[in-house]
Design a protein around this ligand. Structure first.
Ligand SMILES: Nc1ncnc2c1ncn2[C@@H]1O[C@H](COP(=O)(O)OP(=O)(O)OP(=O)(O)O)[C@@H](O)[C@H]1O
Ligand SMILES: [Mg+2]
Length: 434
């Protein structure tokens, strides 16, 4: 629907009156069926330009005077018309028309408004009531569009949160897979080595068994015994078990260490995701810090030395997997902000009301104009394909949902510090973000 057609729909083609028409005749015209619905009638000049509006009430007042009709009935209508009527151009849109009419309208409403074309020529009359109805319809339509937009927005927000979750999950899985690879590699090597080393030992054991069998056998002659002794001695020399003890010890110890590392990563992964736990529970944030560090280890390895100063914390209600997502974001951002190799300092402490975690890096920092935008969705300074600009906006939302706050301070060239505050107890606002 165009704006023009919206106004044309309000247009009533009421015949305009010439300025010379007398008051009595106009009054009669007001009584006709065509004009009964209107509060006023338009008066135009010869060219069809509006000159004024004559109100039903003005005429009523005149005729209610004693001898009003006789005294004034012959006078031209131009004498009593309102010479500054409400005029609306048909090219206006509905909102502009409503604004113009309401700004000039006075109470009580005794007039309609004149609709003119682009040349200012009279086209018809419109009533204020119809204009209000059209506006109401327009508002209802807009509301419906807004409601739909809101639903769409919520949906795409959910999708974005999901996408970011998947991205951080992907990042995490890639990191953990990489971490698992190192211990897996040397556990495999060690086991292969152990297999090679055990072969001569097994042969020695077999030779010794044959020798014992021979010794225990009264029918075993000298020649067979000498052969068995010889074979056992040769195998012993080949296997050299006295030289193997230390190697075995070392290989088993290394293998066990590797397996422990694998176990630690698997537990870390499980702790990080906490898929098996409820949303709100009493959590030690230091555990979240530790499991996020296990997961981020691969990303941080060549980028930063991590120093932890973790204080004693009260257990607080939160969704650990969401808090882990925030911490992983902060750690990843810190690593990405390093030019060479820097330092990340993680501190935690508490007071009577809240627990705090700060993540401080010695990265390249941010100028104030970047700093003020970092929590905006899609704000990123990273090249296309490297950053979506959603990490911090989602982190902000997560911390906000926990009733807490997240703030950042930064100095270009020196580094950045993020401070998270999570209250010890908070309103039950915690919601699952899809
Ligand atoms: N520790 C930091 N040091 C310097 N700049 C930072 C730091 N953390 C965030 N920023 C700035 O804030 C911007 C927004 O960060 P955010 O985590 O929201 O998105 P991103 O890291 O660019 O992309 P994504 O996290 O989606 O991969 C970054 O592009 C970067 O400019
Ligand atoms: Mg990020």
């Amino acid at each position: 629907m165009t704006a023009q057609s919206a106004l044309s729909r309000l247009l009533m083609p009421v015949a305009a009156l010439p300025a010379e028409m007398n008051i009595a005749d106009v009054a009669d015209r007001l009584l006709t069926a065509e004009c009964r619905a209107f509060l006023s009638l338009p008066v135009v000049d010869d060219a069809g330009r509006p000159l004024g509006l004559i109100s039903r009430y003005t005429l009523q007042d005149i005729f209610m005077l004693r001898f009003g009709r006789d005294l004034h009935g012959r006078k031209p209508v131009s004498e009593v018309m309102n010479p500054a009527p409400l005029v609306v151009n048909l090219a206006m849109n509905l909102e502009e028309a409503a604004q113009q009419v309401t700004s000039q309208l006075s109470y009580p409403i005794t007039e309609d408004f004149i609709l003119v074309d682009g040349q200012g020529l009279y086209q018809g009359l419109g009533t204020v009531l119809d204009l209000l109805k059209a506006m109401e319809q327009r508002v209802a339509q807009r509301n419906a569009v807004l409601r739909k937009t809101l639903v769409d927005l919520k949906e795409s927000q959910t999708q974005l949160v999901q996408a970011e979750k998947m991205a951080s999950l992907g990042q995490m899985v890639a990191g953990v897979a990489h971490e698992l690879n190192t211990p897996l590699g040397y556990v495999k090597n060690n086991v292969q080595l152990l297999r090679e080393l055990q072969a001569p030992l097994l042969e020695l054991a077999e030779a010794q068994t044959r020798l014992i069998d021979c010794l225990n056998d009264p029918a075993c002659d000298e020649e067979r015994l000498a052969l068995a002794l010889d074979e056992a001695a040769r195998n012993r020399e080949l296997a050299a078990p006295e030289l193997l003890a230390d190697d075995f010890e070392q290989l088993f110890a290394d293998t066990l260490y590797g397996l422990e590392q694998i176990g630690e990563l698997v537990v870390g992964l499980k702790d990080f995701a906490r898929l098996d736990r409820a949303m709100s529970e009493d959590i030690d944030l230091n555990d979240c810090i530790r499991s996020s560090l296990v997961i981020a280890r691969n990303n941080l390895k060549d980028k930063a030395e991590v120093v932890c100063q973790l204080g004693e914390l009260p257990r607080i209600p939160c969704a650990p997997s969401q808090i882990n997502q925030v911490l992983l974001n902060l750690l990843t951002n810190a690593a990405q902000a390093m030019d060479g190799c820097g330092r990340i300092l993680i501190k935690s402490w508490a007071d009577d009301a809240a627990a705090y975690v700060s993540v401080q890096d010695t990265g390249k920092g941010m100028p104030p104009e970047v700093l003020k935008k970092i929590f905006d969705p899609f704000f990123t300074t990273k090249p296309v394909g490297q950053g979506t600009g959603l990490g911090l906006s989602i982190s902000f939302k997560i911390i906000q949902d926990h009733g807490g706050s997240i703030r950042a301070a930064s100095q270009p060239g020196r580094g950045t510090r993020f401070l998270i505050r999570l209250p010890r107890a908070h309103a039950p606002l915690l919601q699952e973000t899809a």
